[in-house]
Design a protein around this ligand. Structure first.
Ligand code: UDP
Ligand code: MG
Length: 325
């Protein structure tokens, strides 16, 4: 626990990608709730994930008005997961709260989260009881996403737990040291297996403004990345398919031989069966190669060991001077 008045510092990390119409409202509401609980030792870290609208200049104006606000400006769009990582890297608080910029994570829950943390909880998770925003198709997409993910992942990654969560500094440091390129925050935190955590239920309101930034393509890529970075089950599935196909062909071979020896009119002649078998085995091989390729590609990317992102930090002038001293 640190801070000027001896009160612990709370960091709030907000990832922003083209959220110009949400920022004013969000900033106002966060400041309001923190004022109400009289918690002045906090910092608000906005991560601008390469927005192409006015988000950058809006956040910059916040920074100029309030020394507790920081802007981590990513050079281009690196995606939500990396944006959160950048926020975590620049956050200096004793606990870190992640939230979205679209007000689907109500700032009004912050006081309760902080209170739970002060009472000694290491991780405060939130659970959506209902997502008023999402269409039937969106709901189905996310359901499928978690079904497949959980079937293949080595440990549970439950749905309904958004990225809106509080993490104590000691675990934040552990997550900071996980430098893998393809990452999924929810998974990394679930991997920690922290027992000292509480769950807060809330009803997710619709987006305040704008549209969801997760297209089907982004969700699909997140799904593939998450499965591959948390499990080697798909490789095992490939071997199983191989074993099953081998058995099937042995049994088929036996049937053909018996039929050849016993029946007078031998049935299994012709190219049909041969061609079907060749295509079947060929496609199984291609699928398996593809799976191996996905893993190999990941190894290739990780071995290069590139930085996860490129960013520039913007601070309020007054606070920048303090930092320089
Ligand atoms: N976001 C981001 N980079 C991206 C996509 C999204 O930083 O490439 C941010 C976005 O601005 C929002 C949060 O991540 O604050 C969640 O995105 P969104 O609300 O679009 O997702 P949904 O709530 O629909 O799952
Ligand atoms: Mg949202």
């Amino acid at each position: 626990m640190s801070g000027p008045a001896g009160i612990s510092k709370v960091s709030i990390v907000v990832s922003v990608y083209n959220e110009q119409d949400n920022l004013e409202e969000l900033n106002k509401r966060i400041a309001k709730v923190l004022k109400e609980i009289n918690h002045s030792n906090y910092e608000l870290v906005y991560v601008n994930d390469g927005s192409t609208d006015n988000s950058f200049s809006i956040i910059k104006s916040f920074v100029e008005e309030d020394e507790r606000i920081k802007l981590v400006n990513l050079y281009r769009n690196f995606g939500h997961e990396i944006a959160m990582t950048a926020g975590l890297d620049y956050a200096t608080g004793d606990c870190i709260i992640f939230m979205d910029a679209d007000l689907q994570h109500p700032p009004e829950l912050l006081p309760q989260m902080v209170q739970k943390w002060k009472a000694g909880t290491d991780i405060v998770l939130t659970r959506r009881t209902d997502n008023l925003d999402v269409s039937w198709f969106g709901r189905m997409k996310s359901k499928m996403f978690y079904k497949v993910l959980n079937a293949l992942s080595d440990f549970p990654i439950p749905s309904q737990f958004p990225d809106f969560r509080l993490i104590d500094r000691k675990y934040a440091d552990v997550v900071k040291n996980m430098k893998e390129n393809n990452r999924m925050f929810r998974g990394l935190i679930s991997w920690l297996g922290v027992k000292n955590q509480v769950i807060m239920d809330f009803e997710a309101p619709p987006r305040f403004a704008g549209k969801s930034k997760y297209s089907t393509r982004k969700l699909l890529s997140l799904a593939v990345n998450s499965i591959i970075s948390f499990s080697i089950k798909p490789l095992r599935v490939a071997s199983y398919i191989g074993i099953i196909a081998a058995f099937a062909s042995i049994i088929l071979g036996i049937i053909f031989t018996i039929d050849f020896l016993t029946s007078k009119t031998y049935q299994f002649t012709g190219y049909g069966t041969t061609i079907i078998m060749v295509i079947f085995i060929g496609s199984v091989q291609l699928i398996v190669l593809g799976i191996i390729g996905e893993y190999l590609g990941r190894i290739h990317m990780e071995v290069k060991n590139r930085p996860l992102y490129m960013a520039e930090l913007f601070l309020n002038e007054a606070s920048a001077k303090i930092q320089k001293k």
